[in-house]
Unconditional design. Structure first.
Length: 421
């Protein structure tokens, strides 16, 4: 008999047989969902025998939902995620011309899933464009509800655009719009509350996992009152709420200014020796270079939505591509979490057996870790290491690997299950 996951005093209460709502997804969603569930089920059975089991409950979204209900995102689906707290989804195609900006964004906004968590690690044997992919071990905390993804835009030619433009020019005295008559506008809201809860989650994650650093990635040199404020609010939070567990670059710079370089260096080394999390910051464009040249210097990344979008895809490419890149959308306060395939729907290969289920499988592993079922999660990691070492892969990776064995979507899942030892 299944049961609901609950949250009490900020902690998840997970029954032995929790109900997990899942969205199959569009395009290749149908191809990867079943095989992914088989892998996760096999790992749970291996770790816990018959005492624990995930009870999958399908809910509808996307094209499948529209065909059955006439609605791309039925209210029943949102209710299921609210009732059961934790779920997983395949890729969804945003309908064109239906007044929905993005089904994925709609889910995140409705459930206030303010963290997009994207861990990036390399599996031995997977092709990489960088020389030492084994040095890549990063965890991206991307703010999920603010920034330009808030969706506040005014298209040129629209009446609201004219009102907004007139307000900027006539009421606010803005004189730096180069071509006002042909400009569209977007608004970028970044709040103190949103910044603090994102950074708090990133630092707590680093502390719990004994990770060495949190890097605040921002474009505060240009956007001083939005991205710059995010940086400052993040430093404030680190120093006031995590003062015994962190040491910030801002503290380092202040020490260097007041007492000199030697004292500042000494304090930094003492903090590292004490196991404190080093909180630092980096300009976004510089970070894209830094992450390639010195990946070992960055562990947990805290950043705004648009920056996180760029960074997530670059880091995924460094370790084999988005096909094996997992992701989750989480509200650590309410407990709500939706784990997801991070790639698109790839309708051109749907039904061909070419799709790589790795992203959804690894997102399922993240879900197991979130539930506290770490033993099952480790079984999947270990099995994947064995499968990649044997160079048995799906079409996307096969094209990049000499001497590899080509497997279909289902065969790849079977191979992982065989290697769950």
């Amino acid at each position: 008999m299944s049961d609901r996951i609950k949250i009490e005093d900020g902690k998840l209460i997970v029954p032995d047989k929790p109900t997990i709502p899942f969205i199959e997804g569009d395009g290749i969603g149908k191809d990867i969902t079943g095989p992914s569930q088989r892998v996760i089920d096999a790992a749970v059975k291996k770790a816990y025998g018959a005492t624990r089991q995930l009870m999958w409950k399908e809910v509808l979204a996307g094209e499948k939902a529209y065909k059955e209900t006439g609605n791309y995102l039925p209210e029943e689906t949102l209710d299921a995620f609210k009732e059961y707290l934790i779920g997983i989804k395949g890729p969804l195609q945003t309908p064109v011309g239906e007044g929905i900006r993005s089904l994925n964004v709609a889910l995140r906004q409705t459930l206030d899933l303010y963290v997009c968590l994207r861990p990036v690690r390399w599996f031995k044997g997977v092709p990489s464009p960088i020389r030492y992919p084994s040095l890549v071990d990063m965890h991206i905390f991307r703010e999920n509800t603010e920034d330009i993804y808030a969706g506040i835009e005014y298209q040129v030619g629209d009446e609201k655009n004219k009102k907004f433009r007139d307000f900027l020019i006539n009421e606010m005295g803005v004189d730096k719009i180069r071509f006002p008559e042909s400009s569209s506008f977007g608004v970028k809201p970044i709040s103190k509350d949103g910044s603090e809860r994102l950074t708090k989650a990133a630092i707590e994650y680093a502390v719990q996992r004994n990770l060495p650093s949190v890097t605040i990635v921002h474009k505060g040199n240009i956007m001083k009152y939005t991205e710059g404020a995010f940086k400052n609010w993040s430093y404030d939070l680190a120093e006031t709420e995590f003062g015994e567990q962190t040491f910030t670059w801002r503290q380092y710079e202040n020490l260097k200014k007041d007492k000199g370089q030697l004292d500042a260096d000494k304090a930094l080394e003492e903090a590292k020796s004490a196991g404190k999390v080093i909180v630092k910051d980096c300009i976004t464009d510089a970070f894209l270079q830094e992450s390639l040249l010195h990946p070992w210097d960055h562990s947990v990344i805290a950043t705004m939505n648009l920056n996180g979008d760029y960074i997530s895809d670059q880091l995924a490419a460094m370790v084999g591509g988005i096909g094996i890149s997992p992701g989750a959308n989480i509200n650590y306060n309410s407990g709500y979490a939706i784990f997801e395939a991070t790639h698109g729907t790839a309708p051109n290969i749907a039904g061909t057996g070419k799709a790589n289920p790795g992203s959804l499988i690894l997102s399922g592993v993240m879900m197991l870790e979130y539930l506290g079922w770490d033993e099952a999660a480790e079984h999947v990691y270990d099995a994947l290491e064995h499968v990649f070492a044997k160079r048995k892969v799906t079409s996307d990776l096969h094209a990049q690997m000499e001497g590899a064995t080509l497997l279909s979507t289902s065969e790849f899942a079977d191979e992982i299950i065989k290697n769950i030892h």
